[in-house]
Design a protein around this ligand. Structure first.
Ligand code: 4UU
Length: 546
């Protein structure tokens, strides 16, 4: 272990050779960095349902044209903040890249968020939003609370294209504009703000720079490609994971497009449709979250003939996959290379990736540290650094680490320390071969189907209910979805508030995926002397009940 673990400093180094990151390139010095590969006219992005596609030769001119349209129609220029409230679409990467090209700041969010959730997150940025892209259903919602221009993006590319309600979008996509010149963009300039609850409290805006995204492209996506012959331009990726989340964003809207594979875009996850799409397009690479892994395994039982035979690599991440799920998947798909990846919003998805060799396949591990990344495993009680085999809080250091939580110096300081270590809030250990295992979570966040849910965000809504005196939210294990939010509620004396009423009250105010699935009425919420909710005790209570 001497080469990759230093007992003196407690630092774990990547076992991979380090990668030279471009020093001056901003992300979209497009012709030299993102789009430098030979694409031979291949399809870059294709809509799984309609078959509408954008080829590599079309992609960069389209990005430039949309960038020019954004300038001419909406006056977007460097430093302007633009909301992207969009489900997956072949146009998501185009809009994202066009905004990066202009040096604008992209703020992607789940389009299912309620207006008050969107408002709250926007308010956190203290930035004027210059423009918003969203689905048609959201347009009125967004217009109702601001003067921000809103562009509706068609979801159904076949029928929607004929409709007048998408005329602004058509102007951008189909227009011929005088090209605008790219501004000078530096690596430390902010490229995007993504929301994350971090280790504690409400959602915060993680400010990610052009340099952070360059690290994601190089260390997460392009490095892996360099290790695998089959991750060539012949690869066909399936993009089901949402591009508004860091995992999908860094892969499908950026990293993969710098390599040249085809990306088949599904607008939403639907199991039977997913199986059809894999066969129809000959999908070779499929990044998933654990629930999709289960859906694949289940589907394999009923398959005949050559179904799903095109699959070469399935990579799971964003939430823990338990060993049974993994064993079942690997058993059902012996010809597929299965790996896990680990990353965070705050690390721009850079962390670890599985790496199977002839000698071993460590399916339960999240893999090896990406190149140029360092780690520490720290005893969270006494602060000692721990060697391989010992479990503690994982710290990461490297060029993927976000700049800060926007307008939240306290949260930034308690997450990134003076030496640049990002305290992940994950409990993990390295084995003797340098492979990382995530075993638990120190932080509060609930991971539902790979999405983050901040307990504090839900508590803030619930406590406003006139009959709720005190409340705490935590995650309960769920076989399919990983975790589901459960609320512990203290009612006012004499209140007859029911479980259904609490669930409904919250459901009307937050995105559907965040609603609490169970309510436990209790006399008091366990708290520390300092008044902090003891969430582990709540979790323990839930486990003991099962
Ligand atoms: C157990 O989920 C992400 C990023 C995911 C990702 C996955 C594979 C990135 C690159 C890749 O290759 O970001 P966030 O910010 O939504 O959530 C981060 C948290 C982590 O701190 C950890 O608690 O999500 C959890 N997590 C995982 N847990 C992420 N990946 C894993 C994993 N196993 N493989």
């Amino acid at each position: 272990t001497s080469q990759w673990y230093s007992p003196e400093t407690g630092i774990y180094h990547s076992k991979h050779p380090s990668v030279n990151l471009p020093a001056n390139d901003s992300l979209l010095d497009v012709d030299s960095f993102i789009f430098s590969h030979k694409h031979n006219g291949r399809t870059a992005l294709v809509d799984s349902l309609s078959g509408y596609s954008i080829s590599y030769p079309q992609l960069f001119p389209l990005v430039q044209s949309v960038a020019s349209g954004l300038r001419h129609h909406f006056g977007i220029s460097q430093g302007d903040a633009v909301l992207l409230l969009l489900p997956n679409s072949i146009y998501f990467p185009v809009i994202f890249l066009a905004l990066l090209y202009l040096g604008a700041i992209v703020i992607p969010m789940n389009p299912l968020l309620s207006v008050s959730e969107i408002k709250k997150q926007v308010t956190l940025c203290k930035t004027k939003i210059s423009l918003a892209f969203t689905i048609y259903e959201n347009v009125d919602k967004l217009r109702s609370w601001g003067t921000t221009p809103v562009v509706a993006v068609p979801e159904n590319l076949v029928n929607d294209f004929k409709e007048g309600r998408f005329s602004d979008f058509h102007k951008l996509i189909a227009g011929k504009f005088d090209l605008v010149e790219r501004p000078v963009i530096r690596q430390q300039d902010t490229a995007a703000i993504l929301y994350s609850s971090g280790t504690t409290g409400a959602s915060k805006g993680a400010e990610l720079t052009h340099g952070n995204f360059i690290a994601a492209v190089e260390l997460f996506v392009r490095f892996e490609a360099s290790q695998y012959e089959y991750l060539s331009s012949e690869a066909v990726f399936l993009a089901v994971l949402p591009m508004f989340h860091i995992y999908g964003l860094s892969l499908f809207a950026l990293g993969l497009l710098s390599l040249g594979p085809s990306v088949v875009v599904m607008r939403r996850f639907e199991a039977s449709e997913m199986l059809k799409v894999i066969d129809k397009y000959g999908v070779t690479h499929f990044p998933v979250v654990p629930p999709i892994l289960m859906a694949l395994t289940k589907a394999a039982k009923g398959l005949c003939g050559n179904s799903l035979k095109s699959l070469k690599q399935v990579s799971s991440g964003a939430a823990p996959a338990n060993s049974k799920i993994i064993e079942d998947f690997v058993g059902a798909f012996p010809h597929v290379d299965f790996i896990q990846g680990y990353g965070m919003t705050e690390s721009t998805a850079v962390g670890t990736r599985g790496f199977n060799t002839k000698k071993f396949s460590k399916y339960f591990s999240v893999g090896l540290l990406a190149p140029n990344i360092q780690a520490k495993v720290v005893d969270w009680v006494n602060g000692c650094f721990l060697p391989p085999g010992s479990t503690g809080e994982l710290w990461l250091r490297g060029p993927g680490t976000m700049k800060e939580y926007i307008n939240n110096a306290d949260a930034t300081m308690s997450t990134i320390d003076k030496e640049g270590w990002l305290h992940t809030g994950d409990i993990a250990y390295f084995d003797e071969d340098g492979y990382l295992y995530i075993v638990d979570r120190l932080k509060e966040v609930i991971k539902y189907n790979g999405y983050q849910i901040s307990p504090a965000d839900l508590e803030t809504v619930l406590i406003c209910h006139p009959e709720i005196l005190d409340v705490a939210v935590t995650g309960a294990m769920d076989k399919v979805l990983g975790e589901i939010p459960v609320a512990f509620v203290v009612r006012r004396d004499g209140s007859t508030l029911t479980e259904a009423a609490v669930i409904d009250y919250l459901a009307q105010r937050v995105a559907p995926y965040k609603k609490v699935r169970r309510v436990v009425f209790t006399k008091s919420i366990p708290k520390s002397a300092a008044g902090k909710v003891l969430r582990r005790e709540l979790r323990k209570f839930l486990t003991s009940k099962l």
